[in-house]
Write a protein that binds this ligand. Structure first.
Ligand code: AMP
Length: 275
């Protein structure tokens, strides 16, 4: 596995890999969800590159950029074990030169939900992914369905900017009790960790009821009330059209149930297909 920390190192390592390349962008603190992305990339047969970059522009001023977990040594061991061929570890000055004047702003699927709650977040995500695509020049890039809105934003951005990268979604990897793996789960206290799976349980319950014909709005409202009773504070719990993220008040396929809920200082995000 080659490790590149400068653009010069990246260029020479990238050139050695040929035209077809699978790419897994990450912010590090790797877990089995990230490993599933690498496995999907490996299964496609091309060489695989990953990046680790905690991207400052996607964090709001009161968010956890400085406290975001950084575990480089363990991450590199996981990437090597997963058969990664190249790791790109840029620094902030390489990604954001002081004279830069370009950001990528996405509307459509970036409006609403995380876009409302985290102003500027998806511009940060779209900008860093566009830059990483330009540096790494992958033919395919793998993203987790765990961040459903993010995948729709990146797919939209890639299509709209005519970037020659195939975006491949990979199903969410979960703990045995249903909690979606996340780099931030390590910050859950033991009581919170016991409460956290209630989010996915509420989603599967509401999703099944809606799929069986229950009225959408009362079913969602009941789920929110149940989560509040359980000590989770939902920011949203919504049935949406899968690609546009537009809210649905009756089930139309393909639909997705998306939710975010606060638990202590952690925000849990999850989503499932419905119907
Ligand atoms: P992050 O390092 O959190 O920015 O995530 C990097 C990539 O891993 C993104 O495409 C995420 O959607 C994906 N990812 C994070 N958690 C999971 C999970 N539990 N299952 C599948 N993919 C995930």
């Amino acid at each position: 596995m080659r490790i590149a920390r400068t653009l010069t190192e990246l260029r020479s390592a990238r050139a050695a890999l040929g035209a077809g390349l699978g790419f897994v962008p990450t912010m590090g603190a790797l877990h089995d969800g990230h490993v599933a992305l690498l496995a999907a990339a490996r299964a496609a047969g091309a060489p695989v590159a990953a990046s680790i970059f905690v991207n400052p522009t996607q964090f709001g001023p009161n968010e956890d950029f400085l406290a975001y977990p950084r575990t480089e040594e363990a991450d590199l061991a996981k990437l090597a074990a997963a058969g990664c061929d190249l790791v790109w570890l840029p620094d902030v000055a390489t990604m954001y030169p002081s004279d830069e004047a370009t950001m990528v702003t996405v509307t459509g699927p970036a409006l609403r939900w995380e876009g409302d709650i985290r102003p500027g977040h998806f511009a940060g995500v779209a900008t860093v992914v566009a830059k990483l695509f330009g540096q790494v020049r992958p033919s395919a890039a793998y993203f987790g369905e765990k961040d459903w809105q993010q995948i729709q934003v990146i797919t939209r951005m890639t299509t709209d900017l005519l970037l020659p990268v195939h975006i491949v979604p990979v199903p969410t990897v979960r703990e045995g009790d249903g909690l979606a793996l996340s780099s931030r789960n390590r910050f859950l206290g033991s009581d919170e960790r016991r409460t956290a799976p209630r989010l996915h349980a509420a989603m599967t319950h509401a999703g099944a009821k809606i799929a069986q014909g229950a009225a959408v709005d009362p079913t969602l409202a009941q789920a929110v009330a149940d989560l509040n009773d359980a000590g989770l504070a939902p920011d949203y719990f919504a049935l949406v059209e899968a690609a546009s993220l537009a809210p649905l008040d009756v089930l139309e396929k393909p639909a997705r149930l998306i939710a975010a809920a606060r638990l202590g200082r952690i925000r849990l995000l999850d989503n499932i297909p419905v119907g």
